[in-house]
Write a protein that binds this ligand. Structure first.
Ligand SMILES: Cc1cc2nc3c(=O)[nH]c(=O)nc-3n(C[C@H](O)[C@H](O)[C@H](O)COP(=O)(O)O)c2cc1C
Length: 192
């Protein structure tokens, strides 16, 4: 069996992002569990706001195609999203919208979402930890016919969630991340 490849996508570009930090923590856990991990920044895949006229005129942007191919090259995907006004940030939604428009040769549109499982996590300084953003992201991915694993992590009070060694310090967060990592690996292996 080939090495299991997991793609980790933080949904924030902000310097000092809590979600980028959580994505790094999760990537480390996946690597510890034996997975081959790629952690990207959406800053390397800049995309215009989706516009059907733009797509009709110029096609799907190369960055959306590249990101879709990056996803296709992995067996499982983790998206770590901030919560903006009780939902996902425009960056995350817009990226997914463009990727759903990619159709490579011998593929049906949206195939990349159907053929591999997704996990979702969020980090916020609030008590809810981005729970509403997770609900929104789960709905979006499910509408793309993705398998979204049940285990998820909503990291509350994200600025105070780590110890001096940059490890998650609260048992509930550690257990939630471990469960997510185990489950995404398990489901990814079954869908390989
Ligand atoms: C436009 C905007 C709306 C926000 N709305 C929420 C919200 O609904 N719930 C929440 O927990 N945090 C909210 N926040 C705070 C973000 O979760 C916080 O800034 C977080 O650190 C952003 O993620 P990042 O650190 O990964 O960049 C909002 C922030 C912005 C800029």
């Amino acid at each position: 069996m080939p090495a299991l490849k997991i793609l980790v996508i933080p949904g924030s570009l902000r310097t000092g992002s809590h979600n980028a930090r959580l994505a790094a923590t999760a990537a480390y856990q996946f690597a510890q569990a034996g997975a081959d991990v790629t952690r990207i920044s959406l800053g390397d895949f800049p995309l215009p706001i989706y516009d059907g006229d733009l797509q009709a005129k110029s096609g799907v942007p190369k960055n959306a195609i590249n990101l879709k191919r990056m996803m296709s090259a992995h067996h499982g995907v983790l998206i770590v999203t901030p919560e903006y006004n009780s939902s996902v940030p425009a960056l995350v939604k817009n990226t997914i919208d463009w990727v759903t428009r990619v159709q490579d040769t011998h593929e049906t549109r949206g195939q990349v979402f159907r053929e591999r499982p997704f996990a979702i996590a969020a980090a916020s300084e609030s008590r809810l930890g981005g729970t509403r953003s997770l609900a929104a992201l789960r709905l979006i991915l499910s509408s793309c016919h993705a398998t979204v694993i049940p285990s998820q992590l909503a990291l509350s009070f994200a600025a105070d969630a780590y110890d001096d060694m940059d490890r998650l310090k609260h048992p509930r967060d550690i257990e939630a991340l471990n469960a997510l990592v185990r489950q995404l690996i398990d489901v990814s292996q079954r869908m390989m």
